[in-house]
Design a protein around this ligand. Structure first.
Ligand SMILES: C[S@@+](CC[C@H](N)C(=O)[O-])C[C@H]1O[C@@H](n2cnc3c(N)ncnc32)[C@H](O)[C@@H]1O
Length: 269
């Protein structure tokens, strides 16, 4: 199914999942688009205003299903205009982010840094039923609040991974400030290069739907008994084992949990 109408919404700051407001079974889809300076922007072949470096587009409330949007930037250059095209596969309720800028002009990682509100971190870790025997890996750890909270509250080991050296520095400083540097390790690593088959018993994510889907082959290697908690975003179309909604000052956050066995699917437990 392809949806052709996307309605431009006011620019908003941050990854705010509550922009997907339910209306019965219908939910909106929010797509944030970054594009190169001076480029023309087209969505589903229709030109949209492209002043400023980023815009958020919010669909009307849509019934459940798969929706694909084609997003293009026509970039002027000395050898004539160049077209960059991205197709984004989304579901009602999704927040997705697309970056059409050249690689050197994008953020270091695959998604902008946005911290999870502490009340959501607390709920997400509670949902995972952590004990001191668990080992938590936060993939894309930002300022380290998830691994530090896990270590401080549950006395477990925790590892945070981030590509951005500033985030790595912040996370290490947070671990030290909270006196949990013996339990918390922060590594500057690309999360898509990690072997998840040995280390973690709990993996936490606050990424994007398409990045969760890209991680799925790695997550399927988690040992039985491991849990994956995703803040705000679905995991492909795999129904979660648990789902809670946490109200915050920024709006409501969905938090999902899957057992490793559920991610592997029937017959591959
Ligand atoms: C939305 S923030 C979430 C931060 C933290 N987990 C939290 O919930 O507060 C996502 C983080 O992932 C990092 N990131 C993005 N792509 C990455 C990659 N391929 N490898 C490692 N870190 C990445 C970003 O630098 C950013 O700090």
């Amino acid at each position: 199914m392809r949806c052709t109408t996307m309605v431009a919404a006011a620019l908003l700051v941050g990854l705010v999942p509550t922009l997907a407001i339910g209306q019965g079974d219908r939910r909106t889809i929010t797509v944030e688009v970054y594009w190169p300076e001076g480029a023309r922007l087209l969505i589903e072949g229709r030109e949209v205003a492209s002043d400023g470096p980023m815009r958020r587009f919010v669909s009307p409330p849509l019934p459940p299903g798969q929706y694909t949007y084609t997003i293009q930037a026509i970039i002027p250059g000395p050898d004539g205009p160049k077209t960059v095209t991205e197709r984004v596969d989304v579901r009602p309720g999704d927040f997705e982010s697309i970056d059409l800028r050249e690689p050197g002009r994008r953020p270091i990682g695959d998604v902008e840094y946005e911290p999870t509100p502490q009340v959501v971190v607390d709920a997400a870790l509670r949902m995972a039923s952590l004990t001191a025997r668990d080992v938590v890996w936060d993939l894309g750890c930002g300022d380290g609040r998830i691994p530090v909270t896990a270590a401080k509250t549950y006395g477990c080991k925790a590892v945070g991974f981030d590509l951005d050296p500033e985030r790595v520095k912040d996370s290490r400083a947070r671990a030290q400030k909270n006196g949990v540097e013996r339990l918390v390790r922060i590594d500057r690593r690309d999360i898509f290069q990690l072997d998840l088959s040995q280390g973690p018993t709990v993996v936490t994510l606050y990424l994007l739907p398409r990045l969760n889907a890209r991680l799925l082959p790695q997550l399927r290697k988690l040992p039985s008994g491991a849990r994956v908690v995703s803040i705000a975003h679905r995991m492909a179309d795999i129904p979660p084992d648990q789902h809670i909604i946490i109200p915050t000052e920024l709006g409501e956050f969905d938090v999902y949990l899957w057992k490793a066995e559920t991610l592997r699917g029937p017959g591959r437990r």
